[in-house]
Design a protein around this ligand. Structure first.
Ligand code: TRP
Length: 329
């Protein structure tokens, strides 16, 4: 089992990232060989500030280590340090089809009505993502629901390449965490918890201190009804469903079993229990994060070491891809 996944280094991690993706990354470390990377090359697809990208890449590295990514077990690096990612993307550009990329919903959403004004990198973003996983013969790729289409594209690219030029790539399977891990905004149960939401009250940041967490949970939007005793009773109650879902994800128990305890009670009883569980989970993470985040040299050393190990694993597949295409180097 070879696990490969990436995350964009776009600043602070929040509870949604942790429960939706990172926690899954951490638990997979014991199940196979894992490569995790900061997708800094993908940042080129949208306007950005170079110095901020450097800082965010380090910050995200600190956050991942704080969350439990063990750099002895897993290979942790930034994409730009392993030039094979960019090289393989170019090779795969010969196989990927315009029509396939035109159907990507992320491209359609991000480009909106202004396709002509977008960078070529935004359009070919999924080809780089395919290179990221195919380069290592990944068998399993943990991603959020929103990245499933990109993974299917990676499989299509691998299949066509293998078909046209001979067997080089493994077809990777996506691993999508359960729906319960879809964490929504604390202000709007129908919007995803997001770092770009204007209101900081909408999300729990991994660096929030206990008082901030307690306050955000206290102010979280709810409805006036008491909690139901079974999961089905949460239908149509987006905010209640989200808070119970967060509790269930944090405590690793089913929504039904959470509701067996809290059913019939109001949010006045449920919210303090939820806040306590959040504080308990996040406290060790934010302590480790704060101890690490300012040590740029240590963070760079982690990424340098990870990149060295990743290069070794990438080399044979890259060489086979060049050779299959009739390219000498
Ligand atoms: N596009 C992914 C996201 O926005 C990040 C990513 C880049 C990725 N390359 C990847 C995820 C390869 C999985 C595998 O979440």
């Amino acid at each position: 089992m070879r696990v490969v996944s990436g995350i964009q280094p776009t600043g602070n991690l929040h509870l949604g990232n942790y429960l939706g993706a990172i926690r899954n990354w951490v638990s997979m470390q014991d199940e196979g060989e894992c490569l995790y990377f900061l997708a800094d090359l993908h940042a080129l697809s949208m306007p950005y500030e170079p110095a901020e990208l450097t800082a965010n890449t380090r910050e995200m590295t600190a956050a991942l280590v704080a969350c439990g990514i063990d750099t002895d077990k897993s290979i942790l690096f930034n994409q730009a340090r392993v030039t094979a990612h960019a090289e393989l993307q170019w090779l795969l550009n010969g196989t990927a089809r315009m029509g396939w990329l035109n159907r990507m919903t992320q491209w359609k959403d991000k480009a909106g009505k202004n396709r002509e004004g977008q960078s070529v990198a935004l359009f070919s973003y999924p080809v780089l993502q395919a290179a990221d996983v195919l380069l290592y013969q990944a068998t399993h790729v943990p991603v959020g629901e929103d990245q499933k289409q990109h993974l299917e594209l990676a499989r299509d690219i691998a299949q066509k390449f293998n078909n046209d030029f001979g067997d080089v790539f493994t077809l990777p399977d996506p691993i999508i965490p359960p729906a319960a891990a879809r964490i929504m905004s604390l202000r709007d149960g129908n919007a995803k918890m997001s770092k770009s939401d204007a209101s900081d009250m909408s999300r729990i940041n991994l660096v929030d201190d206990p008082d901030t967490i307690v306050n955000k949970v206290k102010k979280a939007k709810t409805d006036p009804e008491p909690l139901p005793s079974e999961a089905a009773g949460l239908d149509g109650r987006a905010e209640a469903k989200n808070l119970v879902g967060i509790y269930s994800a944090l405590s690793n128990e089913s929504v039904d079993s959470v509701l067996a305890r809290f059913g019939g009670q109001g949010f006045g009883a449920f919210k303090p229990a939820l806040a306590e569980l959040m504080v308990e989970t996040l406290k060790p993470i934010s302590e480790r994060f704060n101890a690490l985040r300012r040590d740029a040299a240590a963070l760079d050393a982690i990424l340098v070491k990870g990149a060295e190990r990743a290069r070794v694993l990438a080399a044979p597949t890259l060489a086979r891809a060049y050779s299959a295409l009739g390219l000498s180097r």
